[in-house]
Design a protein around this ligand. Structure first.
Ligand SMILES: NC(=O)c1ccc[n+]([C@@H]2O[C@H](COP(=O)([O-])OP(=O)(O)OC[C@H]3O[C@@H](n4cnc5c(N)ncnc54)[C@H](OP(=O)(O)O)[C@@H]3O)[C@@H](O)[C@H]2O)c1
Length: 329
């Protein structure tokens, strides 16, 4: 009984801290970025950003905000018509249409051929890109469900799709003294050691959180093991995250892969730097949550856009953020 009272007080205090931070961030929106922060203004022609899954939700809002900041934004969408419609909406709703530059292109992150075709188009059309926002994602669980029926699709899209885009876009990322940026849209549900939703296998948790033991093989083996258990009907929520298990594992994989890639990319020479970070947008009113959530897609996109625009000094690399603050993995 005493424990549950303490638990609910802790939960209440954490909720209050989050709310406070949201209020602070909302105030920050009103402040323009300082000229010295705006590395993109020193590039001509405009910096090019790609946002995946950009036809709706957090993706279209990230695309809109980046475009309003002056980047040329490619809305990558698996349904070409929906992508075109979203780009048209951004232009039509812009306060100053002439200053906004957007276009759309077909991209299914779960399809290797589609990613290759997209990469070829991006090189041919723009000579490369400066910013990649890996936003495309799926979650088939709603409310209190915890079904793993679509586990393979969830992992193929959220983790393998993100990884595939990173692999395909790194060679295309433009060299500049300001560095290029990769932002992965992830989730607090994917924390390896989250209080409510962590990996139950202590040894795996420790390896995932230890930079010397973390490897691509470890992440891929974790996923293969989970999917095999799903196929055999032997998976247990004692071993894996308890809430939205398949989705949480996919975002955990994205988080730790972000850390791994940051380490791999960190020895690139000056002028060829790529900074990679991930963030949780919060609980957002989009199709994914059945428009429940407690913040708008516009608010949800904010931290991702902020990460994409961060100056190169001091370097921000391999970190996890929410509400523009670093949080633990
Ligand atoms: N909403 C939240 O509370 C919340 C919380 C934490 C993290 N996130 C993350 O935020 C990101 C955006 O989610 P959202 O809330 O904006 O959901 P959403 O409205 O359902 O949008 C998801 C987007 O991803 C696209 N997509 C799905 N599979 C794709 C594929 N294979 N290739 C390309 N695009 C694909 C969808 O395209 P279609 O229209 O073609 O389906 C859609 O544009 C996701 O990564 C999600 O996991 C959301």
């Amino acid at each position: 009984m005493v424990i549950s009272v303490d638990g609910s007080k802790r939960k209440e205090a954490a909720r209050e801290r989050r709310e406070q931070r949201r209020r602070e961030v909302t105030l920050l929106w009103a402040l323009p970025y300082e000229p010295h922060q705006r590395w993109l203004d020193r590039l001509a022609p405009r910096a090019v950003a790609v946002v995946t899954g950009a036809n709706r939700g957090i993706g279209i809002e990230a695309a809109r905000q980046l475009a309003y900041h002056g980047l040329h934004v490619v809305l990558a969408s698996r349904d070409a018509a929906k992508g075109q419609e979203a780009a048209g909406r951004i232009l039509a709703e812009a306060p100053d249409e002439a200053s906004v530059s957007v276009e759309s292109w077909q991209l299914d992150v779960a399809d290797a051929a589609s990613v290759q075709a997209f990469a070829a188009w991006a090189v041919e059309t723009h000579g490369g890109i400066h910013v990649l926002v890996n936003n495309a994602g799926v979650n088939f669980n709603k409310g209190a469900d915890n079904s793993v029926e679509f586990a393979e699709q969830v992992l193929k899209t959220n983790y393998c799709g993100t990884k595939r885009m990173i692999d395909a876009m790194i060679p295309l990322m433009k060299h500049s003294p300001y560095g290029a940026r990769i932002v992965n849209v992830s989730s607090r549900l994917g924390r390896a050691d989250g209080r409510r939703n962590r990996i139950g296998i202590a040894s795996l948790r420790d390896q995932l959180l230890n930079d010397d033991r973390l490897s691509e093989q470890l992440i891929d083996e974790m996923i293969t093991k989970f999917l095999e258990q799903v196929k055999q009907g032997t998976w247990s929520s004692n071993e894996w995250p308890k809430i939205y298990t398949d989705y949480s594992i996919s975002k955990l994989a994205v988080n730790v892969y972000t850390r791994l890639m940051a380490r791999r990319l960190s020895d690139r020479p000056e002028g060829q730097k790529i900074y990679i970070n991930c963030f949780c947008p919060g609980w957002v009113k989009t199709a994914m949550t059945g428009w429940e959530g407690n913040i708008s897609a516009e608010e949800g996109a904010d931290t991702g856009v902020w990460l994409a625009l961060l100056p190169q000094e001091p370097p921000t690399n391999g970190k996890f953020f929410a509400e523009r603050c670093e949080i633990s993995f």
